[in-house]
Design a protein. Structure first.
Ligand SMILES: Nc1nc2c(ncn2[C@@H]2O[C@H](COP(=O)(O)OP(=O)(O)OP(=O)(O)O)[C@@H](O)[C@H]2O)c(=O)[nH]1
Ligand SMILES: [Mg+2]
Ligand SMILES: [Zn+2]
Length: 292
């Protein structure tokens, strides 16, 4: 029979069948040998007998796979940040956006805790991503601000919520789906960081699709990016890259570059460009080591 994995704890998986019944299943040893593990979001073939644990026999082909934690077949990645604390890590946000661009997962930027927005943090996020064209939502799990727009955004797709610990991913899911009562944590007063309240990725069917809560960051399993290909993964740079004098322009200091001038007319955020340069250096370093 075919089913959908909702969650996995240890070596036990909860599989939902077409009738809406949940079955606890173990994965067959074969998967471990092939070093592939079933993940929430996987469509699987499984067998079961009354009174016994079921058994996952086959994982159907995947569209994509997020890792740390593993989630399969994701349509949209909701990248959640806080408008107050913890302070957003925009380098990580940019890296997640790049991985989405590589894999075709549609990202949306969600700025939560807008009820206690700190002007600088909030404005920085909106200014730096305005030119990218990515969906950008200001929300509050506590007051309900922006949640209707967020519901419309997630409708009909498998949406994975990712982002630093304590930005309010679980709180948002609780607010969107009143029947959920996910555990919500707090910030350590000393470090202003979260404590990883959510331990496992878990999937809930909702709004004609599914919502996935995750602990902390999900990084995608993607191919290495060649430095020359990096800018094409930024929507606001891609639009102009063909206008540079050199086809291989990295938009650093080449003459006749059509991308760098965008900084002066506000069509490219300076902060996001500075982080582009950092990532570009990282990719060049990585390539050096790959061919060492
Ligand atoms: N002011 C305010 N606080 C919020 C909001 N949403 C969540 N919080 C608080 O932020 C803290 C962390 O919330 P969680 O929902 O546990 O955060 P999380 O992203 O799921 O964290 P992990 O599971 O550790 O990854 C809790 O103290 C929440 O009450 C909000 O909209 N406004
Ligand atoms: Mg959580
Ligand atoms: Zn250029």
């Amino acid at each position: 029979m075919e089913g959908l994995i909702l969650k996995g704890v240890g070596s036990f998986y909860t599989v939902l069948d077409a009738d809406g019944t949940e079955h606890v299943c173990k994965a067959r040893g074969r998967f471990r040998k092939e070093s592939i593990s079933p993940a929430p979001g996987d469509r699987v073939v499984f067998t079961h007998k009354t009174g016994e644990d079921g058994s996952i026999a086959q994982i159907l082909p995947r569209k994509n796979l997020l890792t740390r934690p593993a989630v399969a077949n994701v349509d949209k990645l909701m990248i959640v940040m806080a408008a107050s604390v913890p302070k957003p890590d925009l380098l990580l946000v940019d890296k997640l956006l790049l991985q989405c661009a590589q894999t075709g997962i549609v990202p949306a930027l969600i700025v939560n805790k807008c009820d206690e927005r700190e002007r600088e943090t909030f404005d920085a996020i909106f200014h730096q991503y305005a030119a990218s064209g990515y969906a950008l939502h200001a929300v509050s799990a506590h007051t309900g601000e922006g949640l209707d727009a967020l519901r419309a955004e997630i409708s009909g797709s498998v949406c994975c919520f990712a982002g630093q610990s304590a930005v309010g991913k679980s709180s948002l899911l609780n607010a969107i789906l009143p029947e959920l009562s996910l555990a919500v944590g707090g910030l350590s007063r000393k470090t202003e960081r979260g404590r990883h309240t959510t331990r496992h990725a878990e999937l809930w069917l909702a709004y004609g699709g599914a919502l996935v809560d995750t602990p902390g960051f999900s990084l995608l399993e993607t191919e290495a990016i060649e430095p020359e290909d990096l800018a094409a993964l930024y929507p606001e740079m891609r639009k102009h890259a063909g206008e540079c004098r050199f086809a291989q322009c990295l938009h650093v200091s080449e003459p006749g570059c059509a991308v760098k001038p965008l900084l002066d007319n506000g069509k490219l955020s300076r902060e996001r460009y500075e982080r582009y340069l950092l990532i570009l250096e990282e990719l060049k370093e990585k390539r050096k080591h790959r061919y060492d």
